[in-house]
Design a protein around this ligand. Structure first.
Ligand code: 48F
Length: 262
């Protein structure tokens, strides 16, 4: 006979509502909001939270990892090249060295370790949240937050007004579709933002490009991961993930330096 404590249904509900609301209220204003819990977003979240910044990740799906879960064509492996193995070592990912500076690992191992690194360092991750718009102010132009709604609402085709969350920095880590940058390009003509669109696959060039071009796009708005290549017309690279990890780390370093004023 197991001595399992009884928790009545209404108490389960009360606990979930109370604690979820406390978190949401706490995160109406953050230091950093990262849109997208793929490799770039989660890596950025890990380094930002580790540096002591109040970091919120908003992810549309009810799972994390973005493109990592699919490995390559659903084969469950990812390739990583040096120096991104520094990040693998730091967060304790198990991998096999298969060549000079070349490593192979299980996609679920990567997702699990990256998620626990981000979460353990203090980043908060809300799933099932779709970011559909940004908040900005003019003179001078500055991105000040995001507008979001439960992902289920647009899927159901309901007309429901969204809610807004503020942050000192917003990161577009939405991947190939660069969704936040597209909103900015459409709604803020004075941003002069023009998305050149991702180019065909060229893995080595794509990997270098994404790291080099990871940047602050506008005051308060940053880009990491495949959204960088969509913005600046860089090549795609398929299931090699060094660029995503290094881009996530770089965007975190840029934000830490900007928010600390040095
Ligand atoms: O697509 P995703 O993994 O982007 P990434 O971090 O990495 C790209 C690689 O996975 C791979 C590649 C390189 O090797 O080519 O594709 O740049 O993760 C993006 C996440 O953002 C979520 C989306 O569900 C995914 O998990 N997302 C996208 N748009 C929104 C969003 C949005 N508007 N609101 C909330 N989440």
């Amino acid at each position: 006979m197991i001595l399992l404590k009884d928790v009545p249904e209404e108490e389960i509900t009360r606990l979930i509502l109370k604690h979820a609301m406390e978190d949401w209220i706490n995160y109406v204003k953050s230091d950093v909001i990262i849109v997208g819990a793929g490799p770039a977003g989660l890596t950025a979240a890990y380094y930002l939270a580790k540096a002591g910044l109040k970091t919120l990740v908003l992810e549309r799906r009810v799972t994390v990892g973005g493109g990592m879960g699919g490995g390559g064509n659903l084969f469950h492996k990812l390739v990583v090249a040096s120096p991104a193995n520094e990040i693998l070592d730091e967060i304790g990912v198990r991998y096999e060295k298969v060549g000079d500076g070349v490593f192979i690992l299980d996609s679920v191992q990567m997702i699990g370790k990256l998620l626990s690194a981000a979460s353990d360092s203090g980043a908060k991750i809300f799933l099932g949240v779709d970011v559909e718009d940004i908040i900005y102010r003019e003179n001078p132009l500055r991105i000040e937050g995001v507008v979001c709604i439960w992902s289920a609402v647009p899927i159901a085709g309901l007309h429901v007004d969204p809610i807004a969350l503020k942050a000192r920095a917003v990161v577009d880590a939405t991947g190939h579709d660069a969704e936040i940058l597209n909103v900015v390009a459409k709604k803020i003509p004075e941003s002069n933002l023009k998305l050149l669109g991702e180019k065909s696959m060229w893995a080595p060039e794509g990997e270098k490009f994404v790291v080099e071009k990871t940047c602050r796009v506008l005051p308060g708005l940053y880009v990491a991961g495949m959204a960088v290549n969509a913005l600046f017309g860089g090549p795609r690279m398929g299931p090699i993930f060094s660029g995503m990890l290094l881009s996530g780390r770089k965007v975190a370093q840029l934000i830490i330096s900007d928010l600390r004023g040095h």
